[in-house]
Design a protein around this ligand. Sequence first.
Ligand SMILES: [Zn+2]
Length: 401
Amino acid sequence: MRHRIIIEAQSPLAFPVRKPGDQFTESLGYVPGGVLWAALGSQRNAIPHARFSHALPAHNGDEWVRVLPATAISCKRHPGFLPHPRAAGESDMAHGVFDTLIDRSCAELLEPAALTYDPRCPNCLQRTDGYGGVYTQRDGRHETRSIQLRMLTRVAIDRMRGTAAEGLLYSPIVVSETNSFQSYDQQTQQKNTTTEQTRFLGWAWELGADEQAALGNVRAVGGRTSSGLGQVHITVEPDPVTATLGDRVDIFNRQFAQRWHMFASDLAPQAAPDWHPDHVRVFTVGLQSDAILLENGWQPTMVFSSAQLEAQTGLKADLVRVQASTQIVGGWNVRWNRPKPTNIAATAGSVYLFRTDASEAEVITALEQLEAEGIGQRRAEGFGAVYCCDEFHGVVTGDVR
Ligand SMILES: [Zn+2]
């Protein structure tokens, strides 16, 4: 059972990565799952049962927000989702975003003689580059979501004298409590600038009724709450299921087979793989937050391997393709006043493509388990959240969004 968590900022928010104390400490641009977990724990004075994803930037009325898969690319000179059709024609118009996972996998497996896979912008035929970030879908169109950071300057107070302490000026870079963005008004056919309270949208699993009520009463999250930062209003809502896993697996398999047939029949393939999408099932596991993965239970890795998949779900599958990168994650434990352990993590957006001989029902059961449990270590802090068979993989070259 999953719940949607909406966090509305009532004051600037700070989620520093490092120990407070540096003069310029930049906040993360999202609400880490561990922050919500800790806020719930201190509200109830008990270890929470619930698990939280990171809450990502959203606008009022967004049903969901997700991290774009690492396979998404866009024009290098005019990156971004296509603007509203009626706003087209402007010089700074973005050329659209599309996904390369299916096409690149087919090209690598079939090695077409007629084609080197080097995707160009379908609009201007210039070079492309990776395009990451948070996105959603509104009125059938894709849009990015982000927040604004701003710098506060504060002075520390000397506890003895009650006046400004000497040499203790600090300037945290915090999440602004308001978010301004441009939107297109269909009725007036004009671009409007909208300003609203900054909000984040995340998910919670296994949130009991008591914990739901307690979470609604949380008034402050994150760092620097003693100096007035971090005031929030949290709403817990039932999960508005937008696309079931069954539909996503089904659509992904059809799209994969369709592109495979196009590569196989039109582009003179030089390789003959020992499998065919008509006879096996393919599926993806995509990271929605950084994941701390261990191979054989101890070896840090950026690959979510077949062995890890089988150990967690019992599903036997072969890893076909990986698009992943790594970064170091850590944090600061306020209660212990100690740094959290640092780990190598596969970054959010990383994608793992698998194929399997198992039945569709077995695949769906396994993927439902992955989405409900997450993968890897430190999941209670929001690491290892996954979204399987992302619909965005179906946005292929020539069908930019
Ligand atoms: Zn272009």
